[in-house]
Design a protein around this ligand. Structure first.
Ligand code: 2IT
Length: 450
């Protein structure tokens, strides 16, 4: 790292002493950018590109007061971090989970900026959410929370300003309640203000599955590069939310299968794969109780291993962590390396600690693909939803799926090309970061010091 990069990194660390996750992603990205930034350091320093990329345009924090079914008041903290608008309106999900802090929002907003750039669509980076968890709450409690949350958020967002979507804890139900309150307050029909909506009021077909589908399309490109096909492949994943479910579904469509999946209570091993009606059962099980996957084992008579993750199992071809951040630490990474499995495809946002990621990237027999690229199909399909809302027109599921496939192939190719051009060889992690960076950096320099 040259003096410019080191200075910026030191400044970012000094300014964010408590923001561990945010610093983790900044360090990971900077590591990839070394050959690019060093080559054009004068230009980037002149326009303070790195400094500005690491400091959000603005971050909004607000109190959310709501009342539960028993009449008891609750106070939560709401956030929206508008990170970077160089290439389009802020775009990124809302996360409702009890461990959400400003740090979580900043790490996700920073990642989102690079990811959205990679899609080649006109969307900037943002993220929001709350330390409220919908788990164990009634529909009416979730509705009152969402209404209170939107009563603060609405003034900061808009179809050309900032377009939130879902993330962990925010699915179709929450988006519906949030949209209803936005419409009530503004008295307008601006359904381009949120994505992940229900189809009846402007949602896009395929959006719920898009992140998982996109991840499998990206995986197909990786396999192609190795002269392999996806057919017959066995996959181990963590998480079985919309993202994990989308992976299961697309894998099944393409003749592969998810044979292991892990949840908060342990992991499932189903050698026949999660296919057919089992896909519907996953949805049912999740809706009843998102904290336990054991009912799957009870229903289908397969193995359930409580209290641990499935990283390190040998009878699979591909690992795809699709749950949450820092799911795979160095200990798990060592087990993964020992297993002999060749493909480590990140899906959740930052699912690997930096230590573990460096370790895995150093293993010659493992191909690592980064989440920023692999999971970008979700937000890409959100951008398609925005397009459809602007046009007052709906594409068919086939049209959306085809566009999604196209975006994912492009992301893969752009990543390969960016790393090769930077002299790094076949490096999907660095290539993804570089390709995402270049577009935002160009736009920021063109628009001057703002
Ligand atoms: O992490 C992500 O890309 C998302 N949660 C989806 C963002 C979006 O705007 O669809």
């Amino acid at each position: 790292m040259n003096a410019y990069m080191q200075r910026v990194l030191d400044e970012v660390k000094a300014r964010n002493p408590h923001e561990k996750l945010f610093l983790q992603t900044v360090e990971e990205v900077f590591d990839s950018l070394v050959p690019i930034v060093e080559k054009h350091s004068d230009q980037y320093e002149k326009y303070a590109v790195l400094e500005r990329m690491c400091e959000p345009d603005r971050q909004i924090q607000f109190r959310v007061t709501w009342v539960d079914d028993a009449g008891k008041p609750h106070v939560n903290r709401g956030f929206r971090v508008q990170f970077n608008s160089a290439i389009g309106p802020y775009k990124g999900g809302l996360r409702f989970a009890s461990d959400v802090t400003l740090d979580t929002m900043k790490f996700l907003g920073f990642e989102q900026t690079f990811k959205n750039s990679l899609t080649s669509l006109p969307i900037g980076g943002g993220k929001g959410g709350s330390d409220f968890s919908p788990i164990g709450k009634s529909d009416m409690e979730v509705m009152r929370f969402c209404q209170a949350f939107m009563t603060e958020l609405w003034r900061h967002i808009g179809p050309d300003v900032d377009v939130p979507a879902g993330d962990i804890g925010v699915g179709g139900r929450e988006i519906g309640f949030l949209y209803g309150q936005y419409k009530r307050i503004k008295a307008v029909w601006e359904n381009g203000v949120l994505t992940g909506k229900g189809f009846s009021y402007g949602g896009s077909l395929i959006r719920p599955e898009a992140t998982g589908y996109g991840a499998v399309y990206y995986l197909q490109e990786v396999l192609k590069h190795e002269g392999e096909s996806i057919e017959g492949k066995r996959i181990a994943i963590s998480g079985y939310g919309n993202v994990g479910w989308g992976i299961m579904k697309k894998a099944a469509q393409l003749g592969a299968k998810v044979t292991y999946f892990a949840g908060p209570d342990g992991y499932i091993h189903d050698p026949d794969g999660v296919v057919g009606e089992k896909l519907d059962f996953i949805l049912e099980m999740r809706a009843k109780d998102p904290m336990h996957c054991k009912p799957y084992a009870d229903k289908y008579g397969v193995e359930f291993v409580p209290g641990t993750k499935c990283w390190g199992v040998k009878d699979v071809d591909i690992y795809m962590p699709a749950a949450t951040q820092n799911d795979v630490n160095l200990d798990w990474a060592k087990k993964i390396a020992e297993s002999g499995v060749k493909y480590y495809i990140e899906v959740a946002n930052m699912p690997t600690t930096n230590e573990a990621l460096t370790f895995l990237r150093g293993q010659k027999h493992i191909i690592v693909a980064p989440s920023k690229a692999v999971n970008a199909g979700g937000v890409a399909t959100s951008a398609f939803e925005m397009s459809q809302n602007s046009m007052r027109y709906n594409w068919t599921a086939e049209e959306v799926d085809e566009k999604l496939h196209h975006v994912m192939t492009n992301i893969y190719n752009a990543s390969v090309e960016a790393a090769e051009k930077a002299g790094l060889g076949y490096d999907l992690v660095a290539g993804g970061n570089i390709a995402g960076f270049l577009r935002v950096a160009d736009a920021m320099m063109a628009q001057g010091l703002v």
